[in-house]
Each structure stands twice: as C-alpha cells, then as structure tokens.
Write a protein that binds this ligand. Structure first.
Ligand code: HEM
Length: 224
C-alpha cells in the first residue's frame, strides 16, 4: 500500500515499476548523452566553451569531482538544451484516458481516447523559443530567453521528465548522473566526429534515439 496516495500496489505492479526503473534509467540516460555528444562534435564552439569552464572550475591537473558539478552552469545549460531539442521521452502521459466525451480547445475528444502530450513539439514551438531549431545552450544562461527554466516539471515550457505526480521519479538522479558523466567525458577528452558531418535523424524506440549511432574520435586533453 502506498500510504501517501492511499493506493494499493499489486505484486505485478511492483514488478512493472522496477522494470520501468531499469529500462528507463539506463536507456534514457544513455540516449540523452549520445544526443548531447552528437551536438558537441557538431558544434565545436560549444564544446570549447564547456572545456573552458571545466579548466577554470576543475583545473586541468585534477579529475572532475562531485562538489564541482553545481559550479558548471554552461554544462548544465548544454544538458538542458540537449533535453529541449532531443527529449528521450517525446510523448508524455500516454496512460491518460478521457472518461467522457469532451472538447479541448474546440476539438472534440470522444470518451476512451488516450491523451498524449507531445513535448517534442512543445519544445520546438517558435512562439515559445527563439529560433527553436538552433542548438544554443546560451538561451538557458543570464541574458538568454529562459535563464531560470527548470527541467524538473515546474515550468511548462520544458518538461522532458513530464510534470505532476506521474512524472519521472528518477529525474534528479538522472540530471546528477548525466552532468557527472558529461563533465568527466569532456574534461578527459576532446571529441570529434569519426567522419565529416553527423546524421541527426531520429527513430522512436523505447526512447527517441539517433537513427544512425554516433561514431566519434576521442583525444586525451588533461595533464597527466
Ligand atoms: C535522462 C534521463 C531520463 C529521462 C529523459 C526520463 C524521462 C521520463 C519521462 C518523460 C517519463 C514519463 C512521464 C510522463 O509520461 O508524464 C518517465 C517516467 C519514468 N521514469 Fe524516467 N527518465 C529518465 C531517467 C530515469 C531514471 C534514472 C529512472 C530510475 C532510476 C527513471 C524511472 C522512471 C519511471 C519508473 C517512470 C514511470 C513513472 C510512472 O509511470 O509513474 N527515469 N521518465
């Protein structure tokens, strides 16, 4: 029994929940990092800015450690921008169903319709985002159009983890883990595409993945 919600959890419900945690926890984070790396090898100026921030905050002679993570605003902006342009879970709340015939914004929705939130489209809406197809982490920094946007569900402009009580329970863990991994991968190496150009085509599987898996070259950059 979930005492907070007063809901009885069946045995198979518990199994599904753990299955979701394992699949979503590993798959979505890996997919997000692949997209972020694709953007970093494509936009070398963005990669150079992350490297500069890491050199200033962590220093070339030290590895990344957890206390440095909150002091990396550009890296955090980069991860938000990757979540905006390439949300691993583009459709939200697919388990919501209309209980009766209704109208939403003038559109008839018959009873029994499964309702989904297309946050992929929301985060590319030109009425909300300046030049939405441009990859620009600066939009999340001071002076940008969305400097204080939270990705954790409190701001409808960007909801890569959903919002409300069925939002992703792993969102804080995911943000901390992805920030730590990206910081380490970027502090230790400089990344370049294995061949000229990067194919940004998408394919929707469990997550919205790169259709052509990313291939990169890594060059060590840190002092021994
Ligand atoms: C970058 C990483 C991640 C992204 C982008 C992500 C995104 C999402 C999204 C969009 C949903 C659906 C929300 C909705 O439909 O409204 C979801 C649900 C869920 N996520 Fe995540 N997630 C991530 C990482 C994780 C991690 C690390 C865990 C667990 C360790 C996790 C566990 C779950 C579970 C169990 C659900 C289902 C919740 C429910 O049905 O009530 N996720 N996630």
């Amino acid at each position: 029994m979930d005492r907070a919600l007063g809901v009885k959890i069946q045995e198979n419900g518990g199994c599904f929940f753990f299955q979701e945690m394992i699949f979503r926890g590993t798959d979505a984070m890996a997919v997000l990092m692949e997209w972020a790396m694709a953007r970093l090898v494509l936009h070398r100026d963005v990669q150079a800015k992350v490297h500069r921030e890491l050199d200033e905050v962590v220093g070339r002679s030290s590895p990344v450690a957890e206390p440095s993570l909150p002091a990396l605003p550009y890296l955090q902006a980069l991860i938000k921008e990757a979540l905006r342009v390439h949300p691993p879970g583009p459709l939200l709340s697919w388990r919501h169903r209309a209980m009766s015939d209704t109208y939403v914004d003038g559109h008839f929705v018959p009873a029994g319709t499964t309702a989904m939130v297309n946050q992929w489209a929301m985060s590319r809406d030109p009425e909300v985002w300046d030049a939405p197809l441009e990859f620009r982490p600066e939009r999340f920094l001071a002076g940008g159009e969305a400097p204080d946007v939270s990705v954790l569900g409190a701001d409808g402009r960007l909801v890569p983890f959903g919002s409300g009580r069925r939002s992703c329970p792993g969102k804080s863990l995911a943000m901390t883990t992805v920030t730590a991994w990206m910081a380490t991968l970027l502090h230790e190496f400089e990344w370049a595409p294995a061949a000229p150009g990067v194919d940004l085509s998408e394919v929707l599987r469990l997550s919205c993945e790169m259709a052509a898996p990313l291939q990169v070259r890594a060059r060590p950059r840190r002092d021994a």
